[in-house]
Design a protein around this ligand. Structure first.
Ligand code: NIG
Ligand code: FE
Length: 376
């Protein structure tokens, strides 16, 4: 197998020691060190001053859906508030779409994400909401990523959440668990209450699925506390947090996955990232890509928002979009470029990752490598 030496630029690896050169072999990072001590390799890639980062890990997306909600977005611009019930519009369009159509759309979005530097994606179901449609959505998710999350508890399709919850935790989970690596639930007024979420998430956990919770998105609530109680990998959104919620996240080692693209698009207050970071909570940044609240696949956009609106430093934002996302997915060989990591990397047409926020809206990605192979 070919070995390649990357040199002549700067590296963000999240290793303790500074790195001036890096060798990729067999799809993994095989060596890092000083330029002077670099080993002989088959190929040398001169970076010409560019910057190398770990590929982004987008740990929260809803890429499988039919239709769009441009009209709903336009209404928000003129003052209509976002509500959980909007999900049902996408559910109708998703059920009406063929599996081929859903797959083609999801693949287009995954390709768009890859071009912007995302080398790992989590993808949720949640717009099917029947046993058959949720299974179909997870089949599509699995065709594009190993990280597929069952979100049957997204909203009750007919409004009766109690009856629907039993279906989700029973027959629907039976059909979907073999295709999923994790389970999620939307703990929110207008979606599911804390007991209903506990029923679904515990049933998923018993089957060995990782747990995520859509928590405290639209108002304060019990979602974060439930995430801690169940030993969840992450509590996602975390927009409305009390001091007790923040302490709980830290003490229970639950990742707070922040999705500022959703607040941007719904014109809502941003999550208290500074309070979380200052308290020592592990933070991830993700796109939440979905047609209702955040129709973007761009982690560079999310990093720019995190710096401008959440008060995160560029270093904190890039850490959250790489190692933070990996931790939220329970993965230890992505999100960093220490020796042994998967060779998933992004080369920026810029001298440092600060430029992702400094030059918002500009495509700064020079190239992308997935398992050591150039994909852009
Ligand atoms: O993460 N909050 C729940 N789910 C999505 C929104 C889904 C929708 O509006 O279609 C979210 O924001
Ligand atoms: Fe979401």
């Amino acid at each position: 197998m070919t070995s390649t030496l990357f040199r002549g630029g700067s590296f963000v690896t999240w290793a303790d020691e500074p790195v001036e050169a890096l060798v990729v072999e067999d799809g993994r990072v095989a060596w890092t060190g000083t330029a002077a001590s670099a080993p002989a390799t088959d190929e040398v890639l001169h970076l010409s001053g560019r910057c190398v980062l770990p590929g982004f890990v987008d740990s929260h997306t809803h890429l499988v859906f039919g239709g769009d909600r441009a009209e709903e977005f336009e209404a928000r611009i003129t003052g209509t508030a976002y509500a959980a019930g909007g999900i049902r519009t996408t559910v109708a369009a998703t059920r009406a779409a063929s599996t081929q159509e859903l797959l083609a759309r999801a693949q287009r979005l995954a390709h768009e994400a890859l071009r912007s530097g995302t080398t790992t994606l989590e993808v949720k179901s949640g717009y099917g909401l029947t046993v058959e449609d949720e299974r179909r959505c997870l089949e599509v998710a699995r065709a594009i990523t190993p990280h597929a999350t069952f979100l049957g508890a997204h909203v009750a399709p007919d409004g009766d959440a109690a009856v629907y919850t039993s279906l989700v935790a029973g027959e629907m989970l039976d059909a979907c668990a073999p295709l999923a690596t994790a389970v999620d639930a939307f703990c929110e007024e207008g979606a599911f209450d804390v007991d209903q979420c506990r029923e679904v998430l515990s049933a998923g956990k018993e089957r060995g699925l990782g747990v995520h919770v859509h928590a405290n998105q639209l108002r304060p609530g019990p979602g974060v506390q439930l995430a801690a109680e169940l030993g969840a990998l992450s509590a996602d959104h975390c927009t409305h947090l009390s001091e007790a919620d923040i302490q709980t996240l830290r003490d229970a080692d639950v990742v707070a996955t922040l999705v500022p693209g959703a607040e941007f698009s719904t014109r809502s207050p941003y999550a208290p990232a500074r309070r979380l970071l200052d308290a020592g909570v592990l933070v991830a940044l993700a796109t939440d890509c979905n047609p209702g609240t955040s129709f973007t696949t761009s982690i560079p956009f999310v990093i720019a928002l995190a710096c401008r609106e959440l008060g995160m430093t560029p270093q904190e934002a890039v850490l959250a979009a790489t190692l933070g996302g990996a931790t939220a997915l329970g993965q230890d060989d992505i999100g960093h470029l220490r020796v042994g990591a998967r060779a998933d990397l992004v080369v920026l047409e810029a001298p440092s990752p600060t430029w992702l926020a400094y030059r918002p809206g500009v495509d700064l990605v020079h190239s992308v490598f997935k398992d050591g192979v150039a994909v852009r």
